[in-house]
Design a protein around this ligand. Sequence first.
Ligand code: AMP
Length: 225
Amino acid sequence: MTSIYRSLNLILLGPPGSGKGTQARVLAERYDVPHVSTGDMLRDEVRRGTALGRQAKEMMDRGELVPDHVVAGIVLRRLDQEDATRGVILDGYPRNVEQAGVLDGILAELGRTLERVALISVPDGEIVRRLGARRSCTACGRVYNLELSPPSKPGACDGCGGPLELRDDDREPVVRERLRQYREKTTPLVEFYRARGLLVEVDGAQKMEAVAEAIVEAIGAPVAG
Ligand code: AMP
């Protein structure tokens, strides 16, 4: 594929622990568009104790999806911001076919189009192992893996120095529920976007750098300069 992008609205699809967040950060820098993670935005609402955060917390703790209308509101607000006019890397949204329909509506209203959907595939066993080794900064949300990408100082974020923790929903029983939700609700999106000719698929079991290269190769390079 030889496409180059001046603007890019890209969805990263994949199970929890497939590396969507890490890849989204790399691609956001490469294509110079913001990384928009509904999980990060919801965790921020929970941290700040907002009404929305209080509403979402219980479902997040159980590994269930937060209601579509709640997430739609924060996505619309974020995509309507100035820095998102050239596109976004969407991580964790949409999560089901209804949300995909809502996203089409939001993009149409803002006069934008969805360029690509990249599916990052990783086997289940690998996911449970990866999420157990994942640590997240409680201050800025940056994610580490104790085996693959450890922080330089144990227990502290390289970026902001904040404390690193195992997220409650990265504990095994909740991971199993998140995987179940993914299989039941999110995997129908694979065929949904394939049928529209937007889907590219990459092997997420490779090294982080190789996954990023595979995505860039599959979707096309950004415009230079
Ligand atoms: P994530 O960081 O993407 O794994 O999301 C963590 C949790 O936030 C999920 O298990 C859900 O409870 C909630 N969440 C994140 N994104 C969505 C979404 N698009 N729709 C519903 N719930 C979401």
